[in-house]
Design a protein around this ligand. Structure first.
Ligand code: FE
Length: 231
């Protein structure tokens, strides 16, 4: 498996390129519009064909490159079935298997940050990888105060779905604001301050008192992302 992590600094977004070496089929998870040409160069340099763009959710802080990359490469764009996008090619549901050559990507519905939040699981050479979007961040979790967010739902997504994978699973988040690139399930369970709560009620209390400002681009990004990047 080929796995690359790219960083977009305006929104501190991580984009992942995953590819099956044998078939040269590739997918991009959460690509950012401004870097569309860069991703195409990266794919070309590796001799890969972009088959899918998978967005973990309808983003509020950046515009997805899904529509642009579809134009440039003819790839299939995906979002969760709860999303309101009408231009997306396909919508995945909980536990849906997405085949990328010899790789199996499993979509996991992990709502809470938004109602259409998904994570992706890949197992390759006995190593588990979790692309956790904004559901589980390194030492954090995605805010739950807009876009049908729900802290109680997120508690279940994190504790019942994501942390049910083996301790050694590699956690690859949708953002990081402190230069951290990856973590593990064991590390997050032990050290993530948001996860050191006694129960679901304590998690809800914590999340409902974060008092964060709205993302700068929110009023532009959400409608644009419901229209495959068209402003
Ligand atoms: Fe988000």
């Amino acid at each position: 498996m080929i796995l690359e992590q790219f960083f977009e600094k305006e929104s501190s977004t991580y984009t992942y390129l995953i590819a099956d070496e044998q078939s040269a089929k590739a997918a991009l998870i959460d690509p950012v519009l401004e870097l569309s040409e860069f991703y195409i160069e990266q794919l070309n340099a590796r001799g890969l064909t972009l088959v899918y763009v998978l967005d973990t959710h309808t983003h509020a802080d950046h515009i997805s490159a899904n529509g642009k990359l579809r134009e440039l490469s003819g790839c299939t764009t995906y979002l969760g079935e709860e999303s309101h996008s009408e231009c997306i090619d396909k919508k995945f549901h909980h536990k849906q298997l997405i085949k990328l050559g010899n790789l199996n990507i499993t979509a996991l519905h992990t709502p809470g940050h938004t109602d259409d939040s998904y994570s992706f699981h890949v197992n390759n050479d006995k190593q588990d990888y979790l692309f956790t979007g904004d559901t589980l961040l390194i030492n954090g979790s995605g805010r739950t105060d807009f876009q049908q967010g729900d802290a109680g739902t997120q508690y279940h997504s994190i504790f019942d779905t994501l942390l049910s994978y083996p301790d050694s699973s590699i956690v690859l988040p949708g953002h990081d604001y402190h230069g951290q690139t990856q973590s593990t399930v064991a590390n997050e369970r032990a050290n993530n301050p948001r996860l050191q709560v006694k129960n679901k009620e304590a998690y809800i209390e914590l999340m409902n008192n974060l008092k964060l400002p709205n993302p700068k681009l929110m009023d532009i990004a959400v409608p644009a992302n419901q229209a495959c990047g068209k402003l």
